[in-house]
Design a protein around this ligand. Sequence first.
Ligand code: H2B
Length: 95
Amino acid sequence: MAVEKLSEEERKSWLDALDGWEMAEGRDAIERTFKFKDFSEAWGFMSRVALIAEKHDHHPEWSNVYNTVEIALTTHDADGLSHRDVKMAKAINAL
Ligand SMILES: C[C@H](O)[C@H](O)[C@H]1CNC2=NC(N)=NC(=O)C2=N1
């Protein structure tokens, strides 16, 4: 299903407002690193993100090493950033 990429205007206003997320190097994606006390807390967070991802039908690219979770958001159906990524980043930040 095709989705529109974010326009220049939308990028300026929306991406700035996303606490902690940065543009990825060399690709049209946003990234954020989350640190937790230990693996159990990191995994708990990932479980909650997984439920949000299913609800939004929008899935993160991510990795976990012990207490650290790295998340990249991009829209495969748009081959770049779309409003879906902004929505998802906001929902993750609200956890
Ligand atoms: C069929 C299904 O709705 C699509 O494949 C969804 C699933 N999750 C997705 N996740 C992400 N990150 N990008 C997508 O384009 C995407 N598309």
